[in-house]
Design a protein around this ligand. Structure first.
Ligand code: 26V
Length: 754
């Protein structure tokens, strides 16, 4: 209908682009994308997927949508002609931080792949007003502030659809908002986000504090603000029920409109439960089916056929177990159903460890999921094996046919085409554009591993991206890093099991070495990005120690020539897109068995970084694909770790006392230099934790980490061509980790859509 993008944008702005403000152009771009996205939506016949998740870490959408709609280049050129830059428009777009990390980002990648593969699949979640907090780092300490993203021109479109939801005996109205999800040369699906009109940003106090009891006004302000107290935990249940009740009503309504009579719900809908946050959808659907005259036994059967569950962690403290009293308060209408489900589960086995209600009257959400869905999957091969053989072995004995693995993946549109256009173009010149739709084609790059000219061009792109990152860090944080150094990056949530503290101990060791006159093979720039949960004291202490060490090193010109430590403030999707293409060494150093999969590991690999990692999560599958020469593996294996926990004889203090290198590195935390630059209470607490407890067994892996990282530095410094070959092989072998492959497997084994 318009002859060009320029004409369309002019019409939407109501004036020449040259004369429009950046914001007017941004708004026009948004409208243009929304109109074109709507054109790609398709009617659904057959089974449709509903991916229910408390988190969708979608990141900024403008560029991604332009790429997926195939109009990125034309739009960029048209803006450039009018003296506007697309990059400036991207700056105007606020980032929705509707997730914590990997789990939420995975959900966003899955939506992209569903639409790209032309599969009918919508997301269901919540429209948080501030999402996850904004992280501020000042004087070595993290503080939190709200991160608003709901501006006037925003991707989430308000609809007139509302559903009544009963919370603690009163009825609230859940309003549906929709975000169009475009596919790459594919269809448009929807991300359905629910919210209450009554939520009031005005109740925010200092930082991210607010009245936790005022549910109608606070319900969707933040993503899981804080579960360190009862009010915070209750709020979490309120949020979860709002999401699943409104979601279940939406699903039933859509299916009925397509002719479903509810007895055959499973022919119309597949519901994927993303971790246990949406698990209440099971009793809620049974309740709603009951209102339509379907008896309990049949409703259980229908729901079991319709729903499937994904487990994302084996960490006991992360597995939700809600006191029944909480549910009685918030969702009394579900309690009789949960009791019936518990009774039914108990008829299936004598083994009470699989019951839904435990001896302390707590509801085990994961247990309800496994009994009453038809599929339970882990997110990487090792993770699924651990679920089957140890964490969920009792369930595996009961339902072997339900268990399956779906190794995670990432969308290459965002994590290659969008974030690393130079690399993407280079690949296209070498092997053609097919890899954009069929990631397996990246393997064609294996033909270039002995091609010196090709290796040099790939290395030049990495060098360019490192300069870009250095520039960005300077503009954002005022730190100047040496772009000729080796860049190592550890970016992910701050958690002890991910072991940022192991990296910290290495850096301290490196500091000693340089002080003692042993220059490293290559200067190092070590970059961190990580948010700590607001109430997670030790995580905050680790951030403090890293920031303090960074200060100590920066103040010492002899050391800082060879070693720089940079902590990126407020790590989010936009930051990841800048950091990942510039990485040489990807730090994936969790305690083996604890990281279910990891997805950052895949993003770094795809962008030509070499992994330094433990045999954990998807690192195992990365190692299988690239071969031992193209990854640096170290540390105890998951079997060794699991055994240690079973025996329960790990003694941090013995390791601390028994190894002078370890002791010296740990003790440096409370040295005069550190205490002068940092805060005594925090540093002493971390020292005590590491030397006396070290629950995630950092110390036993310290020496192996040191050896492998030093080896990586030497290889990088002394054999640049060999290093470039490793990088290229990592890119070439990354195809398996496309979320298109993951989604195709979910569809083949679990969903059977369309
Ligand atoms: C949650 C919590 C909640 C409070 C206490 C500490 C704690 C620790 C971990 C978690 C994780 C919850 C589930 C989760 O986010 N899992 C992540 O899912 C990703 C996508 O499958 C996967 O790549 C990550 O390895 C996994 O940690």
């Amino acid at each position: 209908m318009y002859e060009s993008i320029g004409a369309e944008l002019r019409a939407l702005c109501g004036k020449e682009l040259r004369e429009a403000t950046d914001r007017e152009v941004y708004r026009a771009l948004l409208q243009m994308v929304q109109r074109r996205a709507a054109e790609q939506s398709r009617p659904v016949s057959g089974r449709k997927l509903y991916y229910i998740s408390a988190e969708f870490l979608i990141g900024k959408l403008l560029s991604n949508n332009l790429i997926n709609l195939g109009i990125y280049e034309e739009t960029r050129a048209c803006l450039a002609e009018a003296g506007k830059s697309l990059a400036a428009m991207e700056e105007l777009e606020p980032e929705p931080s509707l997730g914590n990390g990997g789990l939420g980002r995975l959900a966003a990648c899955f939506l992209d792949s569903l639409a790209t593969l032309d599969l009918p699949g919508d997301g269901i979640g919540l429209r948080y007003h501030c999402g996850l907090f904004h992280q501020n780092l000042k004087d070595g300490v993290q503080s939190e502030s709200p991160d608003f993203w709901l501006t006037d021109d925003c991707w989430a479109q308000r609809t007139e659809t509302v559903y009544p939801v009963q919370l603690a005996g009163t009825t609230v109205q859940a309003r549906l908002y929709r975000i169009a999800v475009t596919g790459y040369q594919g269809r448009t699906n929807q991300l359905n986000l629910f919210d209450l009109d009554t939520v009031n940003e005005g109740i925010l106090g200092e930082g991210i504090s607010f009245d936790k009891a005022d549910i109608p006004e606070n319900l969707t302000l933040f993503l899981y603000p804080d579960d360190s107290d009862d009010a915070g935990r209750l709020l979490r249940i309120y949020q979860q029920y709002l999401m699943v009740s409104a979601g279940a009503q939406l699903i039933l309504e859509e299916c009925a409109a397509r002719g479903c009579d509810y007895h055959n719900l499973a022919d119309y809908a597949a519901i994927q439960i993303n971790d246990t946050h949406p698990s209440m959808v099971i009793p809620e659907l049974i309740r709603l089916l009951g209102e339509h005259g379907i008896a309990f036994e049949e409703a259980v059967e229908i729901v079991t056929k319709t729903c499937a569950y994904t487990n994302h962690t084996i960490l006991a403290e992360a597995l939700e177990k809600w006191p029944l009293g909480y549910l009685e308060k918030v969702v009394p209408q579900l309690v009789p159903i949960i009791r019936q489900l518990d009774a039914l589960a108990r008829t299936r086995t004598e083994d009470t460890s699989t019951a839904i209600l435990d001896g302390e009257n707590r509801v085990h959400m994961a247990h309800m999921d496994i009994h009453f869905t038809h599929s339970t999957n882990g997110v990487a091969a090792l993770h699924t094996e651990i679920l089957k053989n140890s964490e969920l072995a009792n369930f595996y004995r009961l339902y072997p046919e339900k268990f399956n693995n779906k190794t995670n993946g990432i969308t290459f549109r965002r994590w290659l085409l969008q974030c690393n256009p130079k690399l993407s173009r280079e690949i296209e010149q070498r092997i053609g554009p097919g890899f954009k739709k069929d990631a397996g084609e990246l393997e064609k790059l294996m033909a270039l591993t002995e091609d010196r000219e090709a290796l040099e061009s790939f290395a030049a792109i990495k060098a360019f991206n490192k300069k870009q990152l250095a520039q960005w860090l300077y503009e954002k944080q005022g730190v100047w890093v040496n772009p000729d150094a080796m860049f190592t990056i550890q970016s992910k949530r701050l958690h002890e099991y991910k072991r940022q503290q192991l990296n910290l101990l290495f850096l301290i060791h490196q500091y000693f070495q340089i002080k003692a006159g042993h220059k490293p093979a290559v200067p190092l720039v070590c970059i961190f990005g990580a948010k700590a949960a607001p109430a997670y004291t030790i995580a905050k202490d680790i951030i403090h120690a890293l920031l303090t060490l960074s200060k100590v090193i920066a103040a010492d010109p002899k050391v800082s020539r060879y070693l720089q430590v940079v902590f990126v403030e407020n790590y989010n999707v936009a930051a990841a897109e800048k950091m990942i293409p510039a990485c040489d060494l990807s730090e994936q150093i969790s305690l083996a068995s604890k990281e279910a999969s990891g997805t950052g590991n895949m993003k770094f690999m795809l962008n030509g970084a070499v992994t330094l990692g433990t045999m954990d999560g998807a690192n195992v599958e990365i190692a299988q694909r690239v071969g031992q020469e193209n990854i640096y593996v170290f540390g105890r294996t998951s079997n060794q770790v699991i055994h240690r926990y079973q025996v329960g004889d790990y003694n941090a203090h013995e390791w601390y006392e028994g190894d002078p290198n370890i002791r010296r590195a740990v003790d440096f935390l409370v040295s005069d230099e550190m205490l002068a630059a940092g805060r005594e209470e925090q540093l002493r607490r971390l020292h005590r934790e590491l030397s006396g407890k070290d629950w995630f067994q950092t110390l036993p892996d310290f020496n192996a980490y040191l050896v492998r990282k030093t080896q990586a530095m030497m290889d990088y410094a002394h054999d640049p061509e060999g290093w470039s070959r490793k990088c290229l092989i990592n890119i070439a072998q990354a195809g398996f980790f496309s979320s298109d492959r993951t989604i195709a497997e979910y569809n083949r084994d679990i969903w059977h859509l369309g």
